[in-house]
Design a protein around this ligand. Structure first.
Ligand code: KG4
Length: 336
């Protein structure tokens, strides 16, 4: 059974083809148009999706070595995300599935990130988590600790009460005058800096919830102070600032995750979402695995940021349950 999957929730137009749970192709067109604005411009994103969707789907089907008539279902991201962006993928997927006479499957984008750990590639000896496991889901829009009981049963036990980790990193990078998105730039700079050079404020929030707005403000105010004495402070301390910021974010993330592991007794721990590409966070996971005997699952780089492969694998599990969508199912920007 071949599934076509479509992802268009933010600024990546992506299409993938899976044969059952094996990934055959995963094609993504990223949108450079937002760089000069320092963030995603929703109207430009939906226009770019409209331009990209047909060539991206066509390339995914060709690279999979099949014809569109071979497809048995079409899965699509229904939300959460930017409404204008989602509508392009949702409308295209519905129309395409209808024209082929195959079922359509709606997928929650965040569940897709979590289930990316189940994507298999051909001839790959793939380690997968078993249920239950904990997943730290960290992206530009979310920072959550999810207790994953099964493919369908996921419980968010902790979430950010304000900014997401990726958003915080991106905004700090912006005040440093770095490009967008700041995450990968901070990561690169941090490798050359001293993570203990500067100290920024850490939140004091109960339970498993996160907060990153205080760190963002603390970073900004410290920088303004330092720049009064040295207007070129950023230029002189770029790498140390990046390394110290990264360390603070990783410490905040790992502290709550350790608490969740301790309280639930679940030692299988996965990480997912755009920020899971971060070297410091990946190293912290490896360190925790060794120190606390966790069994960890770190995704391939290509499955960290938005991609249709993760929508395809989630669609596959829903297909097995015959959990199909009706043509009138609307997209949603936020979770209810
Ligand atoms: O999951 P994602 O592609 O999009 C959503 O938010 O849904 O995540 C994007 C976020 C951005 O904030 C970006 O700066 C961050 O992931 N990011 C990173 C790295 N690569 C991407 N943050 C830190 N280090 C990285 N290497």
């Amino acid at each position: 059974m071949y599934i076509l999957a479509i992802e268009s929730s933010c600024d990546d137009t992506s299409a993938a083809v899976l044969q059952d749970d094996i990934l055959l192709s995963n094609v993504t067109a990223s949108q450079a148009v937002h760089e000069e604005y320092g963030g995603v411009v929703p109207e430009l994103a939906s226009r770019a999706h409209q331009q990209n969707i047909v060539p991206v789907v066509d390339a995914a089907i060709r690279r999979a070595g099949i014809k569109k008539e071979d497809l048995g279902a079409v899965a699509f991201t229904r939300g959460p995300g930017l409404m204008g962006s989602l509508l392009v993928g949702v409308s295209f997927a519905k129309g395409f599935a209808r024209s082929l006479g195959v079922p359509m499957i709606d997928v929650n984008h965040l569940q897709g990130h979590v289930l990316a750990h189940f994507i298999k590639e051909k001839d790959e000896d793939h380690r997968q988590p078993t249920f239950p496991f904990l997943c730290l889901l960290v992206s530009g829009g979310n920072s959550q600790i999810v207790r994953v009981n099964s493919y369908k049963d996921m419980e968010i036990i902790g979430a950010t009460i304000d900014d997401a980790a990726g958003e915080c990193i991106d905004k700090c990078a912006k005040v440093m005058g770095l490009g967008y998105p700041g995450g990968p730039i901070i990561d690169k700079l941090a490798r050359e800096g001293n993570p203990d050079a500067f100290e920024f404020s850490k939140p004091n929030i109960k339970g498993y919830d996160y907060s990153f707005s205080g760190l963002k403000t603390s970073f900004l105010y410290h920088l303004q102070d330092w720049q009064q004495d040295d207007p070129d402070f950023v230029e002189h301390h770029k790498a140390d600032l990046a390394a110290s910021l990264e360390k603070t974010v990783v410490d905040i993330l790992m502290k709550k995750l350790r608490l969740a592991v301790k309280d639930t007794g679940i030692r299988q721990v996965a990480v997912a979402g755009g920020v899971s590409a971060n070297t410091g966070l990946r190293n912290a996971f490896r360190d925790h695995a060794w120190r606390y005997h966790w069994t960890i699952f770190i995704p391939k780089f290509s499955y960290t940021t938005d991609n249709a492969a993760m929508i395809g694998i989630t669609g596959y599990f829903k297909y097995l349950d015959k959990d199909f969508a009706s043509i009138d199912l609307p997209a949603y920007a936020r979770m209810a």
